[in-house]
Design a protein around this ligand. Structure first.
Ligand code: FE2
Length: 249
């Protein structure tokens, strides 16, 4: 399998490129609108054709490029079934492997950050979305998030994966790129070691994070598979416009 981790700096999102060497087909997990051309160029350079975009959940901090890529590259759109996105071509469900050529994604339902969140296990890697970040986790105070649900998703599902499974999160704000299940299970300061549910709930309650500045646009835009509102405020336009000089990786 061809694997690339691509970074989108506006929302500090990692997009994952997975390619099948035998069929030349590829998929992108969590592609982001400002870098859609960079992502297509990366696929072209590898001689791959984009067959699918796959979301981990309905994002609140960026807009997916799923619809744009469908228009430009003819790719199909996969969303978690609980996302209730009628625009999706395929619905991801627990227990149903998603195959593309030799690539086999195992969807793991991991709600708690949102109520529609899936992680994907593929070839010794776990794409953990916003459920498990390196030394952290996604917030649990919007989109039907729930700290107790996230605690169970991470501890009972993700931490049950083999020790050496590579952890590839949907975000990192300090340019960390990869971790392992063993490392997060023992060292994650929110969910690792002996931290019990009460301790985790207290940590999440006391974060006092600001209201997400893009959420009111991003959630409806992503439920529509990646639509930017025409009336978007000037200071938020960077989430919708093509990024000049997109980073290559
Ligand atoms: Fe998220």
């Amino acid at each position: 399998m061809i694997f690339r981790q691509l970074f989108e700096p506006v929302s500090s999102t990692y997009t994952y490129l997975l390619g099948c060497e035998e069929t030349g087909q590829a998929l992108l997990v969590d592609p982001v609108l400002p870098t859609w051309e960079r992502d297509l160029a990366a696929l072209n350079a590898l001689g791959l054709k984009l067959a699918f975009t796959v979301e981990t959940h309905v994002h609140a901090d960026h807009i997916t490029s799923a619809l744009q890529l469908k228009r430009e590259a003819g790719s199909r759109i996969a969303y978690p079934a609980p996302s209730a996105a009628p625009c999706a071509d395929l619905r991801i469900e627990e227990g149903r492997e998603f195959r593309l050529g030799s690539i086999a994604l195992q969807p793991l339902f991991t709600p708690g950050h949102t109520d529609d969140h899936f992680s994907y296990v593929v070839d010794g890697r776990a794409l953990t979305g916003d459920a498990l970040l390196i030394d952290g986790c996604g917030r649990t105070d919007f989109q039907n998030g729930d700290a107790a649900t996230l605690y169970r998703s991470v501890r009972e599902r993700l931490f049950a994966l083999p020790d050496d499974t590579l952890v590839y999160p949907a975000h990192d704000y300090q340019q960390r790129r990869v971790s392992t299940i063993a490392q997060e299970r023992s060292r994650n300061p929110r969910l690792g070691g002996g931290r019990d549910l009460a301790a985790f709930e207290k940590i999440m309650r006391e974060l006092e994070l600001p209201y997400p500045k893009f959420i009111d646009y991003a959630v409806p835009g992503n439920r529509a598979c990646g639509v930017c509102p025409p009336d978007i405020a000037e200071n938020l336009r960077k989430y919708c416009e093509k990024m000049e000089d997109s980073p290559q990786g």
